[in-house]
Design a protein around this ligand. Structure first.
Ligand SMILES: [Zn+2]
Length: 280
């Protein structure tokens, strides 16, 4: 039987009893229904901010690491900066997955509620990729952003024809992100997860497998396949050209997030006001 938390609170709005591990401290508490209502009230303000702050976090970090990479000839620092850019890329794909599920489920729970509780795992990555197999407009309808081929809520500032093209392109970018997460058994995610809980990467050139590789331009991540009893090396290319490409992809992901959130806000009847966020 689940343990019963020791303290009783009352919902500040409807009076429903709530049990919690912390004793009442004079601050208002709310039951799940009233909390959902509160989150829905806050989410518009949060999402307006997210468009030009949270959604850009990965591209901002990636740009900092790219500057670091270009600023030095120290091979280890360059390898660190390069790996960090790939890590930001993986985070950017997680952000997009979170946004997809938040929009898909927004009738059942607020977008902010999904954001606050979201944790990506291999099952959600695979489900995300499966659901993106549908055609662009089906996906957009599922997200509540398009109805019968027409974007919901869009008016004057962007012509509907351009809006639908941009939304379809956003689905294509999401599909590419989902593919990166799941390709080859999710090797990229597994590899970069090894950096989250202990930086399991090696800068030494003799960890590089290809004999022809320029060793200063590759860094190795370490994983283990226990079933086969093998140490598995991930080879990551850290050249300026490759990193520029990934920084560009991260910037696109930020733009896609911003654009989908604006589309969602539009679909709820929101219109840009003075000082309105811009996806740029
Ligand atoms: Zn309540």
């Amino acid at each position: 039987m689940p343990r019963k938390p020791p303290f009783e609170h009352a919902c500040h709005r409807c009076g429903t009893a709530i049990r919690a591990d912390e004793p009442p401290d004079g601050t208002n508490s709310f039951c799940p229904t009233c909390l959902d209502q509160n989150l829905r009230e806050v989410e518009r303000w949060f999402l307006e901010d997210y468009v030009y702050f949270g959604a850009k976090a990965r591209s901002t970090s990636a740009a900092v690491y790219l500057t670091l990479f270009k600023s030095t000839d120290d091979v280890r620092v360059r390898k660190f900066a390069g790996l960090s850019i790939y890590e930001q890329f993986m985070f950017a794909t997680e952000d997009l997955a979170m946004l997809y599920f938040a929009l898909r489920d927004c009738d059942r729970r607020s977008v902010l509620d999904t954001f606050l509780g979201f944790e990506v795992n291999p099952a959600t990555s695979n489900q995300w990729q499966d659901e993106l197999q549908a055609n662009d407009d089906e996906v957009l309808e599922r997200l509540g952003l398009v109805k019968e081929g027409v974007p919901v809520g869009w008016i004057e500032t962007i012509e509907p024809a351009q809006a639908i093209d941009a939304l379809r392109k956003a689905v294509g970018d999401m599909r590419a992100a989902a593919h990166h997460r799941t390709v080859a058994g999710g090797v990229m995610v597994k590899s970069f997860n090894k950096l989250k809980h202990g930086f399991l990467a090696a800068a030494r050139g003799d960890f590089v497998m290809p004999a022809t590789a320029k060793r200063e331009e590759w860094v190795t991540t370490l994983m283990v396949n226990r079933q086969l009893g093998r140490l598995v090396y991930g080879q990551i290319e850290v050249t300026e050209a490759k990193l520029n490409e990934f920084v560009g992809t991260i910037e696109s992901a930020a733009a896609v997030s911003a654009m989908l959130i604006l589309a969602y806000l539009r679909s709820t009847g929101w219109t840009p006001s003075s000082g309105a966020p811009s996806p740029n």
